[in-house]
Design a protein around this ligand. Structure first.
Ligand code: AMP
Length: 612
């Protein structure tokens, strides 16, 4: 174990986990020995639902346990948070999301989307942090040591705000995010790692909420992304919604009741639709059965409908078409035709659908690469990257690109591109700025990401204020503004007065981002929660001890009873009753006292029994 953790330089390195923070499911992996491996959660599952729920009494549930209670607590069960991260409240994507979820999406003070659940509002970063904390814990349980560092993956198409928000979520979760990498790049890394190949790989990634396609050239340990594109609002959830609408419309036509208006019914319908969709990847037809889904004049109504694969495929055909359209554009961007692609790697749960596989195979005119688990490959790649960043001797150089162009707003609402999309990152470009008035002291630079020539149609990243400009006639100050995109895909802007060599002061207001104060508060809350949780676990452990002693005593008591006097029996019964009471009151001191008592009673009853 110790040797595994040693770097080539001989010092002990921090372990870095790789986390695939998915819309629907998340997965954590670690590099051990000579290969990456997925770490199963407590229930033995390789992936954990990206679901956070707030139960009565303020208890927070994450993963399978949150998913299981979703039907009865849908208002306080948050899923799909990744679709909201780094987004403004008023955008069409957020509005659409708000319509389809049972929890409330609200406007935050910075105009960002927030989540209202469990009696308070949370930033999306916090919700994501709760999922990341769970992944961290899964890794810590497995490794038996604290984990501090992580590589987290994001869709290639995530913009600056979404990346920054994901990084902040990591911070809130108590993780140092040493790198953000793109999901398809991670998949290619896992696929091509230590294989002696020289090939062009297309990674087709259709997950629960997002679609990404990347084309990479892989060879000699270098993974170079040539072109990437995607849609952050196209995924398995949209497939589910088609089936939900179909089932609800049919039910409505038959019974005049719209199940979408009843939150609990809708939640049940959602689950049933997703299950049916997944089953239809392996079966030709399934029955969707939801007993007691509604009632009319106090008579229960059941939903019972057969769905065939053919029907499902007709409902989602245009969604699959969209993915192929995006593939076409991405290949064109890389100057490729489908025949230039040697391997097609499929990632994301939704790629299990036979229709998706068929269309992708048809488009690329070759069979899909086999032997890849679409749910795990991204986390495995993140673990490899984490390891490679710690140990320079590992052959894995990632050359990723920026998925969208970066530019600034120009006069009259125009947009001037500074760094073009698909440029390899990290990258830096310097642009000269000057003043338009005599003695002008400040210049505002509005930075955005997008491809539209109209500024208003692009994603507003933030305002950068150049201030304290030395007094001079207009046009004289020569300020070099450098725009850089780091290896995480995150934008930084710096400025320097070229005449004086002085760093120019820049104030940045990133839209919807977390302030340092916000971050500090959330990190404090996390620590408090962790302390409370640990205390809770300790109490639970003592309760478990008391309960199991209670059960053991009850088991041997009938046999021992004839040999002990009635006074002794009475006192045993009293101790048992006290133990029960302290379990329900969760009083640690009492519990520990009771545990001691029960232990003594158990031992003495056992010796009585043995003596007989
Ligand atoms: P991911 O974000 O990669 O975890 O993908 C989750 C999405 O894959 C969800 O929308 C799931 O419903 C979907 N999915 C999982 N298994 C299957 C399957 N067997 N067939 C079709 N879709 C699936």
């Amino acid at each position: 174990m110790v040797e595994d953790a040693m770097g080539s330089a001989g010092f002990v390195m921090d372990r870095v986990i790789g986390i695939d923070l998915g819309t629907t499911n998340s997965c954590v992996a670690i590099f051990e020995g000579s290969a990456p491996a997925v770490i199963p959660n407590r229930g033995g599952y390789q992936t954990t639902p990206s679901i956070v729920a707030f139960a009565d009494g303020g208890k927070r549930l994450v993963g399978h346990i949150a998913k299981r209670q979703a039907v009865t607590n849908s208002d306080n069960t948050v899923h799909g948070a990744k679709r909201l991260i780094g987004r403004r409240f008023g955008t069409p994507e957020v509005r659409k999301m708000a319509e389809t979820v049972a929890y409330e999406v609200v406007r935050g003070p910075e105009d960002e989307a927030r989540i209202q659940a469990g009696g308070r509002s949370y930033t999306v970063q916090e919700i994501s942090a709760f999922i990341l904390m769970e992944m961290k814990r899964i890794a810590e349980d497995y490794l038996g040591e604290e984990v501090r560092k992580a590589v987290i993956t994001v869709p290639a198409y995530f913009n600056d705000a979404q990346r920054q928000a994901t990084k902040d979520a990591g911070k809130v979760a108590g993780l140092e995010v040493i790198r953000i990498i793109n999901e398809p790049t991670a998949a290619a890394l896992a696929y091509g790692f230590e294989k002696k190949i020289n090939r062009n790989i297309a990674v087709f990634d259709l997950g629960g909420g997002t679609f990404d396609i990347s084309v990479l050239s892989v060879g000699d340990g270098v993974f170079e992304v040539l072109s990437t594109s995607g849609d952050t609002f196209l995924g398995g959830m949209d497939f589910d919604n088609r089936l939900i609408d179909h089932l609800a419309d049919a039910f409505h036509a038959q019974h005049g009741i719209d199940l979408r208006e009843d939150r609990i019914a809708l939640q049940r319908l959602k689950e049933a639709a997703e299950n049916a969709k997944c089953d239809l990847s392996f079966k030709k037809a399934v029955d969707v059965t939801l007993p007691f889904i509604a009632s009319k004049e106090n008579v229960p109504i059941h939903l019972q409908q057969e769905v065939t694969r053919t029907l499902l495929e007709s409902l989602v055909s245009d969604l699959v078409d969209r993915t192929i359209e995006i593939c076409r554009a991405t290949l064109e961007n890389a100057g490729f035709t489908p025949s230039d692609v040697d391997e097609v790697v499929m990632v994301g749960g939704q790629t299990r659908a036979p229709l998706v596989q068929r269309r992708v195979e048809d488009y690329f005119a070759k069979p899909l690469s086999k032997g890849i688990n679409p749910d795990e490959v991204v986390a495995l790649g993140a673990a490899i990257q984490g390891y490679a960043l710690q140990d320079e001797s590992v052959d894995a150089l990632l050359l990723d690109v920026t998925p969208t162009s970066l530019g600034i707003q120009t006069a009259g609402g125009g947009y001037s591109v500074i760094i073009k999309r698909n440029t390899t990152i990290p990258v830096q470009r310097t642009v000269p700025f000057t003043t338009v008035h005599d003695a002008q002291a400040a210049v505002k630079i509005v930075v955005m990401q997008g491809e539209s020539p109209r500024a208003g149609e692009n994603q507003h990243l933030g305002d950068f204020m150049l201030s304290d400009i030395r007094p001079a006639p207009k046009g004289v100050p020569d300020i070099a503004v450098s725009f850089s995109i780091d290896a995480d895909g995150i934008v930084n802007v710096t400025a320097r007065d070229r005449d004086t060599g002085r760093e120019q002061k820049i104030t940045v207001t990133v839209s919807g981002g977390l302030s340092e104060d916000d971050l500090a508060r959330m990190m404090d809350e996390r620590r408090e929660y962790e302390v409370a949780e640990r205390r809770d676990e300790d109490v639970q452990r003592v309760i478990y001890g008391v309960e199991s002693l209670h059960a053991q005593i009850m088991e041997i008591l009938p046999a021992a009873e004839p040999s002990i006097g009635s006074d002794r029996l009475h006192s045993v019964m009293k101790s048992l009753a006290e133990a029960k009471r302290s379990v329900s009151q969760r009083d640690v001191r009492e519990l520990v006292h009771n545990r001691g008592q029960l232990q003594q009673i158990f031992e003495s009853l056992q010796s009585v029994r043995e003596a007989r």
